[in-house]
Design a protein around this ligand. Structure first.
Ligand code: CP
Length: 292
């Protein structure tokens, strides 16, 4: 039984192959394998993109799809995640796609007898986002090795940054981390260098912006939104200094005019909408891989 829980479970080439499979399915949608398995989507944290694209991928692959509504479930009576997943297995589910606030939620679920797919765990991992991000980079650059990529913003709270740092470092990407220095930590230093975006923007191939995750911040900010955009965000002035073929990424949802100037969200260099589009095919590749 296979579980898709964290990027380090894959050798770099295997993850790259999965991204290429996602791109293949995008070009050849008729080649998707149909099946009669059952999948349940269990989102304990809010989601638009991940939840809807997993569900569309599941329906395109002819899964029986169930959506577990946490707000009306027996979670309200104190049922643990383990017992809810055990229940899903007993009911007959084959795969559970789970988003949860606990970074390690999947660790005690993998022996229940149902395939676990991580749809985002705390501030630590978002492996399906990482896969669609890699697909998006591969659409622009044939080889990721040696690319210069900066992950910019709320590093401390971002599972997208964390998964991408682990994976892209292994693939030979030259990584930089930018934004408020207090959000940079030793856990990132092992993968790349802290820098001011202004000092490196002309050299970058990929500028990966992060959402300021206000819901995970424990205390009030010492900056206003306008100050954040001016000091750390991607504004028009910085955009003008980017290389011709450089691209902008952002996992979304976007705080417009906070981490990125609103009109840049859909500008020529932006791949933000493309990332969302690729999410469906990334999740098809994941579900196909999980089935084995
Ligand atoms: N990027 C991402 O995970 O978006 P959602 O929270 O809307 O799923």
């Amino acid at each position: 039984m296979r579980h898709f829980t964290h990027v380090d479970q894959f050798e770099p080439k295997a993850f790259l192959d999965l991204a290429k499979r996602g791109l293949y399915l995008k070009e050849n949608p008729g080649d998707v394998k149909q099946n009669g398995l059952s999948v349940v989507n269990m989102f304990y944290e809010s989601s638009t993109r991940t939840k809807v694209s997993f569900e569309l991928a599941e329906r395109k692959m002819a899964f029986h799809v169930m959506n577990f509504d946490v707000s009306t479930s027996s979670v309200n009576k104190g049922e643990s995640l383990y017992d809810s997943v055990l229940t899903m297995k007993a009911i007959g589910m084959d795969v559970a796609v789970i988003r949860h606030q606990n970074s390690e939620f999947y660790k005690n679920l993998c022996d229940i007898g149902i395939s676990i797919v991580n749809g985002g765990s705390g501030s630590d991992e978002h492996p399906s986002q990482c896969l669609l991000d890699l697909m998006t980079i591969l659409e622009q650059f044939e080889d990721v090795r040696g690319l210069k990529l900066a992950i910019v913003g709320d590093l401390k709270h971002s599972r997208v940054a964390s998964s991408n740092a682990r994976l892209l470092h292994k693939l030979g990407v030259e990584l930089y981390f930018c934004g408020p220095e207090k959000y940079f930590s030793e856990s990132y230093a092992q993968y790349g260098t802290f820098a001011k975006l202004d000092d490196i923007i002309e050299t970058l191939d990929v500028v990966m912006m992060l959402r300021l995750q206000l819901e995970r911040h424990k205390k009030n900010h010492t900056f206003t939104e306008a100050q954040y955009l001016r000091e750390y965000g991607l504004n028009n002035e910085r955009y003008q200094r980017m290389k011709d073929k450089a691209i902008i990424m952002h996992p979304a949802p976007v705080n417009r005019d906070v981490e990125i100037q609103s009109e840049l969200v859909e500008c020529e260099k932006s791949r933000i909408v493309k990332q969302i589009e690729n999410g469906v095919y990334a999740r098809m590749a994941i579900l196909e891989w999980v089935k084995g």
